[in-house]
Design a protein around this ligand. Sequence first.
Ligand SMILES: [Mg+2]
Length: 241
Amino acid sequence: LRSPCLLYHRRCNQTMTTQSQTQEMFRRAEAVCFDVDSTVIKEEGIDELAKFCGVGDAVTEMTRNAMGGSVTFKKALSERLSIIRCSREQVNKLITDHPPQLTAGIKELVDRLHERNVKVFLISGGFRCIVEHVATQLDIPLDHVYANRLKFYFNGEYAGFDDSQPTAESGGKGRVINMLKEQYGFKTVVMIGDGATDLEACPPASAFIGFGGNVVRPQVKERSLWYVTSFGELLKELEKI
Ligand SMILES: [Mg+2]
């Protein structure tokens, strides 16, 4: 297992080997990082926020285009937020009235990882205020949350977002994983997510697990050495030792 990310050349009959290597990485990971939108929670946080603020259709369309990857992540985020322009009050009300819906099995999986002394992180291109709410439900410490920060004026009006966060950039999830490896000295870090930005975080992640339990993105599925559609599959893998 010398290659940092089990990158493999599409030679015949290597698929099974590399899937089982990814599974082994997962069983012995020191840290597991989860994407949030459409992975830990069922929906895309920014689309829910847009809907709540009455600009759902416009923003959902832009999110879809953003995932096609023709504009930079930061530009796509900035453009969508300039349409949403949510106030602090609207964000708080979204969290109380429409709290993010956890994907089935995630609580059990995170609990199991914690029992095994695996560090669990949430790395999201979404918003910290929403992701912190998710982290609290999963007993994940808030300093294990990496996400974007919305900014508000004192009167609560939208004032932009903090564009210095690594998660505001294309390739930001990989930068966070590099930081974690440096800060904690992790050797084996596994990234789990549904999207292209999650897949691209490997390397530096040691392995990537594609998650299709909420939405299947064909280009991610095709490039994932191990692709699961439920967290039960990951729990089952942990039972093997
Ligand atoms: Mg996602």
